[in-house]
Design a binder for this molecule. Structure first.
Ligand SMILES: Cc1cc2nc3c(=O)[nH]c(=O)nc-3n(C[C@H](O)[C@H](O)[C@H](O)COP(=O)(O)OP(=O)(O)OC[C@H]3O[C@@H](n4cnc5c(N)ncnc54)[C@H](O)[C@@H]3O)c2cc1C
Length: 423
């Protein structure tokens, strides 16, 4: 083994485990490992735990989805076969029961999404941390894990220059097992910065480039569009790209578009714009009406009316819709051609918004770098979990679901490895 530990006593005599990263994946791993009798320390470099989880709870903590398991699994795209055992072992019902055990009842919203009844994340996180403390987990904040030293020992340092390192983490603290759950690189001010990439690559771990997922996209708007309509929502609309159509809403920003309907297409749009420099999205401004219905409504308005008046009177379309039509080039005049344009308005996206502004991260530790139990093949005894793995999924509770599931699966893999190698 490469963690250079002295011979380990049987698992019942408390294997030493270090979990790095105090987000949902790390805390899930800590819960399983401490329940199995391990001496667990969790190391988090921010001043408090679960900052991204708390942020996710700001607009209602969508922690899972109630759709059938096969449909849920398909949301993980090409990573589905990799994640399947972890997701099968930690289902939506399991999550709801676990929440209930922490005093947080949940409900299924009209869209099938699962939320805590109180909507917020803070009561869940508080109860979870309390459970971990009761299970003997030692929780450290303001401690940074920086990689491994030449002897293969993990290196910890105070997150602030004036800070001190807890005695239990000072050299020669050499855990029997580590679980890394360091997150992606979106919203870096919440703690996940992707700073772990060089440390893992330095160990020969394959890491796919980190990229924005569930993100907005850039559009070269005219100055008039930027000035008048930045911040304006547009709903209900449908977006079409390739063979995918998503209904929902979007928001025009000064530099492009944001919004749930766009996030759902972000993986395909990101790939297309990486390959071709841009991607053309089709916007349906009235998804509830057919092209024919639009044309007949438009033909009831006098053609001499201004475009804005025609669209407002016939279709109740707001000024932002008219501006979008104009951005797309010459506006057709006949009812039929105008209706066709309103059903498929092309918008050229010049690329995703920066990763720091995305909801989540694509890329990360490659499947090929891991055993099926989420252990790094290049570093036996080191397990990985959560958003730092190379998978992505749309919003809808799938992100947190997989973070919790892989955190638990990595912990179970670690327990098995301890039993196999230290019995
Ligand atoms: C605005 C927003 C809304 C969201 N809403 C939802 C939602 O409703 N539903 C959903 O499913 N998902 C949502 N997500 C995504 C979800 O929050 C993340 O996928 C999830 O938190 C990732 O969990 P994780 O444990 O893998 O990583 P994180 O939660 O990012 O935790 C990783 C932790 O590791 C710490 N860390 C990193 N490096 C080090 C180091 N070297 N040393 C010590 N500590 C370190 C970080 O500080 C961080 O606390 C949202 C995300 C955002 C930004």
């Amino acid at each position: 083994m490469t963690l250079n530990t002295p011979p380990l006593s049987p698992l019942s005599q408390a294997a030493r485990v270090c979990v790095v990263g105090g987000g949902p994946a790390g805390l899930a791993a800590a819960e399983v490992l401490s329940a199995a009798g391990c001496a667990v320390q969790v190391v988090e470099h921010m001043p408090s735990f679960g900052r991204k989880l708390l942020m996710a709870g700001r607009g209602g903590l969508n922690i899972s989805h109630s759709e059938l398991p096969d449909k849920l699994l398909a949301r993980y795209g090409t990573a589905a076969p990799w994640l399947k055992p972890a997701l099968d072992a930690w289902t939506t019902d399991d999550i709801r029961e676990w929440m209930s055990g922490l005093g947080q009842e949940s409900f299924v919203g009209s869209s099938g999404r699962v939320f805590p009844t109180v909507m917020k994340a803070s009561p869940l996180l508080r109860a979870w941390l309390e459970r971990l403390r009761q299970q003997g987990v030692v929780l450290h904040t303001r401690v940074n894990w920086t990689g491994w030293d030449a002897a293969g020992h993990p290196v910890f340092a105070p997150a602030q220059p004036e800070g001190t390192l807890p005695a239990s983490l000072q050299s020669p603290y050499v855990p029997d097992v580590m679980v890394l759950a360091l997150g992606g690189a979106s919203w870096p001010r919440l703690g996940s910065t992707g700073g772990w990439v060089p440390a893992l690559q330095g160990q020969g771990v394959a890491v796919s480039p980190l990229a924005p997922s569930n993100c907005g996209f850039q559009v070269a708007w005219s100055p008039a569009m930027q000035e008048r309509f930045a911040g304006t929502p547009l709903k209900p609309i449908a977006l079409c790209f390739g063979d995918q159509t998503v209904r929902g809403e979007i928001v025009v920003t000064a530099t492009g578009l944001e919004g749930g309907a766009l996030y759902a297409l972000s993986a395909a749009l990101r790939e297309q714009s990486a390959q071709h420099g841009s991607a053309t999205l089709m916007l349906d401004l009235r998804p509830d009406l057919t092209e024919q219905a639009l044309a007949s409504r438009l033909s009831t308005v006098r053609p001499r009316e201004s475009l804005s008046n025609r669209l407002r009177k016939a279709l109740r379309l707001p000024p932002v819709a008219v501006a979008l039509l104009r951005e797309a080039g010459e506006v057709p005049t006949t009812p039929q051609a105008l209706a066709a344009r309103l059903k498929a308005l092309p918008i050229t996206l010049t690329g995703p918004q920066p990763l720091a502004r995305a909801i989540s991260t694509a890329g990360g530790v490659a499947q090929a770098a891991c055993t099926p139990q989420f252990m790094l093949a290049a570093r036996p005894g080191v397990f990985v979990a959560g958003e730092m793995l190379d998978w992505e999924a749309p919003t809808g509770g799938y992100l947190l679901h997989a973070c919790l599931a892989t955190g638990r699966a990595a912990a179970k893999g670690a327990l098995q490895w301890l039993r196999d190698t230290h019995a």
